[in-house]
Unconditional design. Structure first.
Length: 274
């Protein structure tokens, strides 16, 4: 027997689409976007499965909960979920990792709450720079090893660091901070940066931007090569009037046994080696 139709039993249907109940015919477009974000006759891409954070947004879209194809994505440190790239963030999403290939609505229509999504994220391939949402100079540097942008073919100069961070209190540098430039802008007391456990492949910069002592120390001790010292524990800018503009570049050797210290200073900054 055919089940009778009930408008009451289908009341939730009104939450499934914003145009539910409209008269027949073409209406106003709810969302428009350029679908083609790749380029070339063979627009290959490399994708990985991703669990996308329910609070991810597309800040320049309306509504922001509708993520457009081409949105830059990063990974949250706290839970490994993907969210929109935000260069001002400090939760891991300040590092661009991939690009969303499709449009996604993050609001669940039945609960009206944010909903985690599962989809593939492009992590390598050929992309149109103008179609990537949120793409800036820092993101280009972060993605340069895995992406070829149509407006920046490999061979063009690009920034060699992936992040910049300001610290006004002592900070233990993480392995995941690799290729970061640190500074002490705004500090009113000495700031000590403790390097992560040594391993090969690390490179960090530390720049004085406040007239307050800036110290970089080894976690193990006695494994920093500095001026006239093969077994230093730390290097520092701590002579008043000679700190701002002082900069250390510190890299680990191939064996992962020594921190190699290079001084990149704006002037004659006195370096203290301990």
């Amino acid at each position: 027997m055919r089940r009778p139709f009930s408008i009451y039993g289908n009341a939730k249907m009104s939450q499934l689409a914003s145009n539910f109940g409209n008269a027949f015919g073409l209406g106003q477009a709810a969302e428009t976007f350029e679908q083609a974000i790749t380029w070339g006759p063979l627009p290959f891409v490399i994708s990985v499965p991703a669990y996308i954070y329910s609070g991810a947004t597309d800040p320049t879209n309306t509504p922001t909960t509708n993520l457009r194809p081409g949105l830059l994505m990063g990974i949250r440190d706290a839970d490994g979920q993907w969210s929109n790239y935000n260069p001002a963030a400090t939760d891991g999403t300040e590092v661009a990792v991939g690009v969303l290939p499709v449009g996604l609505t993050m609001i669940d229509f039945l609960t009206n709450n944010g909903q985690n999504k599962v989809y593939g994220i492009i992590v390598g391939g050929k992309l149109q720079g103008a179609k990537i949402i949120g793409l800036d100079g820092m993101a280009r540097a972060q993605l340069a090893a895995r992406f070829i942008f149509d407006d920046n073919i490999p061979g063009s100069p690009w920034f060699t660091y992936e992040d910049m961070q300001t610290k006004v209190a002592n900070y233990s540098v993480l392995g995941t901070d690799n290729f970061t430039v640190f500074d002490n802008l705004g500090a009113i007391a000495p700031v000590t940066f403790t390097l992560p456990p040594i391993a090969n492949g690390y490179q960090f910069n530390f720049r004085g931007r406040a007239n307050s002592n800036l110290i970089v120390a080894s976690a193990e001790g006695a494994n920093m090569e500095a001026l006239n010292n093969l077994t230093a524990n730390s290097v520092a800018f701590q002579t008043g009037g000679q700190i701002i503009g002082g900069e250390f570049q510190i890299v680990s050797n191939i064996a992962g046994t020594k921190w190699l210290v290079r001084t990149l200073s704006a002037g004659s900054n006195t370096v203290t080696v301990a």
